[in-house]
Write a protein that binds this ligand. Structure first.
Ligand SMILES: *[C@@H]1O[C@H](CO)[C@@H](O)[C@H](O)[C@H]1NC(C)=O
Ligand SMILES: *[C@@H]1O[C@H](CO)[C@@H](O)[C@H](O)[C@H]1NC(C)=O
Length: 369
């Protein structure tokens, strides 16, 4: 529908804004790296240079500590922000190592035309038994008022962090930070009906984020497991949410026509969508179930990357790949990664460059470098 000129004209009649947006804005691509704070400077430069050569504009990062090699990347270990206890706003209790590492990263990224999207906690850490799970249990984390208050204090601690060299708080770094989200894939282990019943949790966290940051930074949801789970009606109706993040690995969710039904819903609600996580499995298992298997042929895998990226882009969505990594992919389990020295990289790079000439359903141009 978005590629049809007739539709553009109809939209133009209905709303000047929609007309302008669709006519003028193009999409963009980017990537994820949950352990970015652990990168050594040579790896960081290699990743950012490769992303820059692909025209990629956003890198999504997490704050959970990492102590060992990840995806073949030899990292400098770093602790979690709240390594031993729930800090509940006590500034001397947080370990800011991850924030200080990202201070350096965000400056290097800016020099390459890339902003960071900051995911301030992950369901992975919670379900892995972190300090919040120990104190409140996984479900209690979402249901207890005390847990919500303590978690909001964490969110504020992150957004109030004063950048080491820029001497400005992150909440104000709109020239470096694309968006903030409370948690990667909030509640996913608890199931779609639980998520649907607890969209207010997400909306309340978004309210805290929105009330803290400058309006030139986006408030986002952090995604769920697939398209329909990610695009909750309760997210679309929440005033504080700017962008509903889609995470999708099932191939059906990459179909252009399927994506467009969600685009229409979001446009009606005045929200933006982004394909915040998607990937092409390295193995011959189902794309959304990729723990191991036989390697696909290079041609087949490359064709999957090209086809699915093309379908998402044609639908009008900007996207972040899961994940571009700064080294040759060792093909550990759940392997969607593409290393910048791997045969998949030139294909992913071209797909990313193609987004820059492709009409977007949602205009992010005010938020990009
Ligand atoms: C934070 O973590 C680092 C790295 O583990 C450690 O060296 C440092 O002492 C910690 N700082 C605080 C305030 O706990
Ligand atoms: C936010 O940044 C702008 C410049 O980008 C500056 O004028 C303003 O004082 C900053 N506010 C804070 C609280 O740092």
């Amino acid at each position: 529908m978005l590629s049809s000129f007739t539709s553009l004209v109809v939209w133009g009649v209905l709303s000047f804004n929609a007309f302008k947006t669709v006519l003028c804005a193009n999409s963009f691509a980017g990537s994820n790296l949950y352990y970015a704070a652990g990168l050594r400077s040579d790896e960081r430069e290699a990743l950012l240079s490769a992303m820059n050569s692909a025209g990629m504009k956003v890198l999504r990062v997490w704050l959970d500590g990492q102590s060992t090699t990840q995806k073949g990347t030899n990292i400098d270990p770093f602790p979690s922000l709240e390594p031993t206890t729930v800090c509940n706003g006590d500034t001397s209790c947080y370990n800011d190592t991850v924030l200080v590492r990202l201070d350096e990263f965000v400056v290097a990224a800016h020099a390459k035309g890339i902003k960071l999207l900051i995911s301030m906690h992950s369901f992975n850490a919670l379900s892995g038994g972190d300090v919040y799970a120990q104190k409140y249990t996984t479900q209690g984390f979402y249901e207890s008022a005390d847990a919500q208050q303590a978690f909001d204090a964490r969110l504020r601690h992150v957004m109030n962090h004063v950048h080491t060299t820029l001497q400005r708080p992150w909440q104000n770094l709109s020239d470096y930070i694309f968006g903030f989200e409370a948690q990667n894939e909030a509640m996913i282990g608890l199931g779609q009906s639980y998520i649907q019943a607890h969209t207010q949790w997400q909306c309340d966290r978004a309210g805290v984020i929105k009330s803290t940051i400058v309006p030139q930074i986006l408030t986002m949801t952090g995604g769920e497991s697939w398209m329909d789970e990610s695009v909750q009606p309760g997210f679309l109706s929440c005033a504080a949410i700017d962008v509903v993040s889609i995470h999708a690995y099932g191939v059906g969710d990459y179909a252009t026509s399927a994506i467009q039904t969600y685009i229409q819903r979001a446009q009606s609600a005045g929200k933006k969508l982004i394909m915040e996580e998607w990937g092409a499995c390295y193995f011959d298992t189902e794309n959304n179930n990729c723990p191991n298997g036989n390697a696909l042929s290079v041609d087949t895998r490359n064709n999957n990357i090209k086809t699915w990226a093309g379908q998402i882009t044609t639908a009008g969505l900007s996207w972040l790949y899961w994940q571009v990594i700064p080294n040759t992919d060792p093909h550990d389990g759940s392997d969607f990664e593409v290393g910048i020295t791997d045969p998949g990289w030139p294909v992913l790079k071209q797909a990313a460059l193609d987004t820059l000439d492709s009409p977007a359903a949602f205009d992010f141009s005010d938020y990009l470098l």
